[in-house]
Design a protein around this ligand. Structure first.
Ligand SMILES: Cc1cc2nc3c(=O)[nH]c(=O)nc-3n(C[C@H](O)[C@H](O)[C@H](O)COP(=O)(O)OP(=O)(O)OC[C@H]3O[C@@H](n4cnc5c(N)ncnc54)[C@H](O)[C@@H]3O)c2cc1C
Ligand code: FES
Length: 282
């Protein structure tokens, strides 16, 4: 166990114990890990690297948004889609198994909200992009009513079977609007089709904000729409990663400087949350 990673005291690395690992939809699972020293450090929008302790395949850890973290119980939840070797192996972990984790990593959503809270806030999610929003909504809903932005989770999927954790968001008391591309649940269409309704033309853009997480085409569409409407938009990227700690540069993205020229930023340490207006979308 260690309370300091790469000289950064806010990071923790060690072992957690699996408390639960169940399917929450046909494609997505939720894992609860007991890791109290990690749980007490997490801020909304940060992520964790998970690595299996048995064997060396895959050798690298895998990054996941922290869905929930409870400093009292010491439990940390991640919600993950099974897409390849690493997530398939995670899906086989059982209660009592141990796994290696390090973090919390990344800037989180506080970077988006540090100036002042907006009046209207849309959290736009596609696929498993809802994962970083649960902890954020928990924090927002705990604010006094007069400081709380009017917040709605706009959540889209290809089809109804692709949704997960909707009950968790409802239980939290969050406003949730759903869209499916095939019309099997919620509004028929893309999640971005819900934006004009949430931000009517007469809503002051300076009091509005969008936070988005999901597949790249969705993020591109949200970034484009928010730019047209002059609404501040922050996107959480899921760039493939190796180290998660700023060393390998496998997660770089193009980032626009104040003078309009381009630089690189590492998603793991400079993000994953970036001002959408600073990123290259084409
Ligand atoms: C900051 C961050 C937060 C994330 N949060 C979550 C989360 O909460 N839940 C979740 O399910 N996933 C999340 N991801 C994505 C997750 O890390 C990958 O799905 C996972 O690493 C895949 O590992 P694998 O070994 O199963 O797949 P691999 O065998 O490595 O790859 C399988 C397939 O998935 C593709 N793939 C792998 N990684 C990514 C990626 N990052 N983006 C797009 N395609 C990819 C590969 O190209 C390949 O086609 C996050 C990624 C980042 C960077
Ligand atoms: S994953 Fe290694 S620098 Fe970002």
């Amino acid at each position: 166990m260690s309370d300091c990673v790469a000289g950064r005291k806010e990071l923790w690395a060690g072992y957690g114990t699996v408390l639960g690992n169940r399917a929450v939809s046909k494609y997505v699972r939720k894992m609860t890990i007991v890791a109290p020293e990690f749980a007490e450090r997490v801020k909304p929008g940060q992520f964790v690297m998970l690595r299996l302790t048995e064997g060396s395949d895959p050798v690298l850890g895998r990054p996941f948004a922290v869905f929930d973290a409870d400093p009292l119980s010491g439990n940390v939840d991640v919600v993950y889609a099974v897409v390849g070797k690493g997530t398939r192996r995670l899906a086989h972990l059982r209660v009592g198994d141990s796994l290696s984790l390090w973090g919390p990593l990344g800037n989180g959503w506080s970077v988006a909200r540090r100036e002042k809270l907006p009046k209207r806030l849309a959290l736009v999610a596609g696929g498993v992009g809802h994962a970083p929003f649960y902890l954020l909504l928990k924090e927002i809903l705990a604010l006094p009513a007069d400081q709380r932005p009017e917040t709605t989770l706009l959540y889209g999927a290809r089809t109804m079977a692709r949704f997960s954790c909707i009950t968790d968001f409802h239980t939290l008391g969050a406003n949730v609007r759903l869209a499916t591309e095939d019309g099997t649940f919620g509004t028929k269409g893309f999640v971005t089709d819900l934006l004009p309704e949430f931000f009517p033309e007469d809503a002051p853009s300076e009091e509005s904000q969008i936070l988005a997480c999901g597949p790249q085409p969705m993020l591109r569409a949200v970034a484009k729409w928010s730019a047209q409407r002059n609404i501040e938009c922050w996107t959480s990227l899921e760039s493939p990663m190796a180290c998660g700690m700023g060393i390998c540069f496998s997660c770089v993205v193009d980032w626009k400087k104040d003078d309009g020229t381009w630089d690189y930023k590492r998603t793991c340490v400079d993000g994953p949350v970036f001002d959408a207006a600073r990123l290259k979308w084409d």
